[in-house]
Design a protein around this ligand. Structure first.
Ligand code: CA
Length: 148
């Protein structure tokens, strides 16, 4: 009887953590460029806040996560390094070709930015940069994607 109760408690706890799971964690990620061979795109989805992706130093840059399958997506968290985006969009796609804006940021201040939006069915999620905040590139410690 005690064992059953523990099993139920474990299932409840697991269910809770699954609902809040970062869908982007360790998924396939590609970017328009990398500053060098150390600051590569996968550093933005490795779950470590000490590793980062950085693009080359110009405005037109993006980073895209492939969730591996179509999922419900309703929140994106960007954890910027000092080299943040100023003007950029968060976009979602089912096929990696047709994109829908779910958030449009103007005059962003960097740091940790959370974007919540109406849940979409999406396999691909990207940060589409239009203007940088600094003279450097776009640099993210982490790019997180959640169902809600
Ligand atoms: Ca990282």
């Amino acid at each position: 009887m005690k064992k059953l109760m523990f099993a139920a408690m474990f299932a409840a706890a697991f269910g809770l953590s699954a609902a809040e799971a970062n869908l982007a964690l360790n998924k396939t990620v590609t970017a328009s460029s990398s500053q060098d061979n150390k600051m590569v795109a996968k550093n933005a989805v490795d779950g470590k806040t000490g590793t980062r992706w950085s693009s080359q130093f110009n405005d037109a840059q993006w980073i895209m996560v492939d969730l591996g399958s179509t999922q419900k997506v309703g929140k994106v968290v960007l954890n910027w390094e000092t080299a943040a985006g100023k003007d950029f969009k968060i976009q979602v796609s089912k096929d990696g070709k047709t994109w829908k804006d779910v958030a449009v940021k103007k005059d962003g201040k960097g740091g940790k930015e959370t974007f919540t939006f109406k849940q979409e069915d999406a396999r691909y999620v990207r940060m589409f940069g239009e203007k940088r905040k600094t003279q450097f590139g776009y640099s993210l410690w982490e790019f997180e994607v959640y169902a809600k």
